[in-house]
Design a protein around this ligand. Sequence first.
Ligand code: 5AD
Ligand code: SF4
Length: 476
Amino acid sequence: MRYLKIPRLFKTFKSHFAKTNDKNLKKKLFYNIINFMKKYKVVTYGCQMNEHESEKLGGILEARGYEKCLSDEEADVIVFNTCCVRENAEQHAYGNIGALKGLKKKKKSLIIAVGGCMTQQKGAAEKLRSTFPFVDIVFGTDNLGDFGALLDRAVESGKHFAEITENDTVTEGLPFRRNSYPNAWVNVMYGCNNFCTYCIVPYVRGRERSRKPEDVIAEVKSLVAEGYKEITLLGQNVNSYGKDLEEKTDFAELLAAVAEIDGKFRIRFMSNHPKDFNEKLIDVIKKYDKICNCVHLPVQSGSDRILKLMNRHYTAEDYLSKIKLLRDKIPSCAVTSDIMVGFPTETEEDFQATLDVVKKADYSGAFTFVYSRRSGTVADKMDGQIDDETKKDRIMRLVELQNSVNRAQSPAYNGKTVEILCEDFDEKKGYYLGRDEYGKMVYFKHGENVVGKFVNIKITEAKSISLYGDFINVQE
Ligand code: 5AD
Ligand code: SF4
């Protein structure tokens, strides 16, 4: 089919090229022609921040005329956007990069690029280069904006390039290839200053840098105008937003300003740090209907001794009192968490304290992790590392407890009508799906495509993780 379009494409190209004096547009048109028929694939590991940065990589590639594809064999450029928060994510990426050796041998023109958190670790670029000499481009988390230029240089010269600089900038104006309509991610800040002792993020993402409020607001406005219905504001610790800006502001003010934007859409945000999560922010969540009553507040551990070793700056009591304040003001507010087991020296008693918080917090969902040693962090050098078997036993007990909490919550949904944002159609199941404001996944059948619409669903079957129901109507 694409071949049939070639004559028409060249005609359009010629006339556009002749008409414009805009250098950037000319460059874009030129790339569209030379990269016509070329394809790219971006492989993403890790968190939403990385998912969102992959959208920027997709945008840079599409501005150069590349088209997205799903298989390695079809691709002319394969980009790995890596994560190093836990060892298994890193191993996974190493395995998948290594698996491309044969393909690169067969297809010499294939460009393989590796970016993201993994490359930003000390000595990682050299390690990648020596383990995988067939990798063409290595770029850091702060060099995303340079990726297009690195790609051009690699394509033109056939040489290898590495570009890894200190994380200290905020780059505005990069194009996006958003993959998650009707949801859109918007960065509010980059980096982290907290140095939790287990975490590699502050080392690979650098110090906190906030985007200017007007840039965030302009981006949300244009997304809403384009028809996006759910905006998730992203930062490693959104509660630190604005501390580095000249103009005095904070996250509560930014959130309120975003909620003042006209239009029917939802707002979520993550992650919060319990030490900085405050009443001013709770009042903003309460004031605006657009802001989902669902807060991600990672506890990590319920043991005060472990929290201190983690450098988290709160106790279990402080944490639970913030949840109490939140629910006193917004009784229906859902809370989700990140919880870790097996931090160095964690005893059965410490672990029981974590289970105790899980029971009291009544989380609507939790991401549960086994502590993973990260080279360069303080916890990596601590005595008392926990053996794998104990970690495995604890994570299983933690997951079972959280599942039982969810099972107990679900029946309250039976017979209720919930407003959900329809996000997708599950081909395999034959169901549409979406989430309510509390983040609960709802499946339903319907004859028309309602993706991107707010719909009312009457719940008929409440399972622990997801709900099933009957379509009632689309909200106007
Ligand atoms: N091991 C396991 N989990 C970790 N996290 C961060 N660092 C580690 C580590 N070294 C988890 C924390 C954090 C989430 C994004 O990842 O729970 O909140
Ligand atoms: Fe890592 Fe702690 Fe920063 Fe979160 S707040 S990114 S866990 S150092």
